[in-house]
Design a protein around this ligand. Structure first.
Ligand code: AMP
Ligand code: MG
Length: 403
């Protein structure tokens, strides 16, 4: 077991223990936000056939050299039908947007460039270039092209592309099942009245929400009281999850039994305590094939430890390509108090100044029980271990908190 390790080492130990979830097949309606578990290749040209980009007339452009000219309409081609006739010299077909382009023609004249002629004819007032307003088969995607890779998170436009390509169902990674366990005799359900000395359990609901936003499945949050028996019973009930998230009870207080109970149950503790603020008492281990996180109880610590460690862990289980949020350089707007020796995750608000430079400042007092500075934050910024009391203007790394 390692103790008091760096942020980077803690993350690498955790990620080293995460293996990909099996795949399952879902319908397009359930696919958004899921992670692709297969490569997607096109099995058709898209569009599948040459077609018209406009409502108008399919013509041979050479027929429109002297204007105006009136031509007979030999056929009507609405979308969803297929042309039966070749456009011979001196003729045209009426065609709608998206309808297959007929043989013989080489351009479409939009209806706006024409006037109604005598019965069965149309008068052209303007000529198209050869090929104008015709959309070629395969212009968007070629048959056989590799369009998506495993590990991509399915976005709404991807749902459009998958269904265009004829994938009404796709293979995605199963969501890791995450048991969220709050510990503490002071906790009551958010629906209950506050008795003396009690507070509402907010970590359970907040962590469950974070699990969902990270692509996992949150089992209904459970509360354990601060006794070894209660914690043991709840762990046993939670063992059908892939990941166990404890909040509270991992510090050094007299009632912090989580580590002790897990140890008695045979957990292999891989580390305890990280050189970070907030979240120093973070613990991580393996219990009967489950990954177990002991998150500190202070609400900001548990939220930030989730973002820094559990979110990337779930991303790895999902087979995602990007495990960490991208980071951007920003300048501190104000001097920021900091001790050397711990990596700080500060709650911040970042914005671009008139020159387009990213600036960041903290959202106020940073104690780990102060949740209001968490909900005001649009980013976390990193103050590395060695840094001490950075002055205004110091360049730091920012990650946007997009949920
Ligand atoms: P602990 O890590 O158990 O010592 O808890 C540290 C602080 O976090 C204490 O003030 C707890 O009351 C608070 N806390 C622990 N669990 C929760 C929770 N689920 N919801 C809100 N606050 C909590
Ligand atoms: Mg506690």
């Amino acid at each position: 077991m390692k103790e008091f390790i760096s942020v980077v080492e803690a993350r690498s130990i955790i990620l080293g223990q995460m293996t990909p979830m099996p795949a399952e097949r879902v319908a397009w309606a359930d696919a958004v936000g899921r992670t692709l578990a297969e490569a997607i290749r096109s099995r058709d040209d898209i569009p599948p056939f040459d077609n018209s980009a406009m409502d108008g007339y399919a013509v041979r452009s050479a027929d429109l050299q002297s204007l105006p000219v009136s031509l007979p309409i030999i056929e009507d081609i609405p979308a969803g039908t297929f042309p039966q006739k070749t456009v011979e010299p001196g003729a045209c077909s009426r065609i709608m947007t998206g309808a297959p382009f007929p043989e013989g023609a080489d351009a479409v004249v939009p209806v706006e460039w024409t006037e109604a002629g005598e019965a069965g004819r149309v008068q052209f007032n303007r000529a198209p270039e050869p090929g104008e307003h015709v959309r070629a088969a395969g212009q968007d995607v070629r048959n056989g092209e590799r369009v998506f890779e495993p590990g991509q998170v399915i976005t709404p436009p991807m749902v459009g592309m998958l269904t265009t390509l004829g994938y009404p169902t796709v293979e995605v990674a199963q969501r890791p099942r995450v048991a969220v366990i709050s510990t503490g005799d002071e906790l009551v359900d958010p629906s209950e009245a506050l008795g003396p000395g009690k507070i509402r359990d907010s970590n359970g609901p907040a962590l469950a929400a974070q699990v969902v936003s990270a692509g996992g499945e949150a089992l209904p949050p459970i509360r354990a009281s601060d006794t070894p028996e209660s914690i043991r019973a709840i762990v046993e009930a939670a063992l059908d999850a892939d990941v166990l998230l404890f909040s509270g009870g991992v510090s050094v207080g007299s009632y912090d039994f989580v580590k002790q109970v897990l140890d008695e149950m045979g957990m292999e503790l891989l580390f305890w305590k990280v050189r970070q603020r907030p979240g120093k008492p973070l613990a991580f281990g393996l219990l009967q094939g489950r990954r177990v996180f002991g998150l500190p109880g202070n609400p900001v610590s548990s939220a930030i430890c989730f973002e820094q460690y559990v979110r990337p862990a779930l991303a790895k289980m999902l087979g995602r390509r990007a495990l960490l949020r991208p980071r951007y350089n920003a300048r501190l707007d104000a001097p920021t108090p900091k001790k050397a020796g711990l990596h700080y995750f500060a709650r911040g608000r970042a914005s671009f100044d008139e020159a387009g430079c990213l600036r960041v400042r903290d959202t106020g007092p940073q104690a780990s029980n102060l949740y209001s500075s968490m909900v005001k934050a649009n980013c976390l910024f990193h103050l590395p271990e060695a840094l001490e009391d950075p002055p205004a203007g110091t360049v730091v790394q920012v990650e946007w908190l997009e949920w």
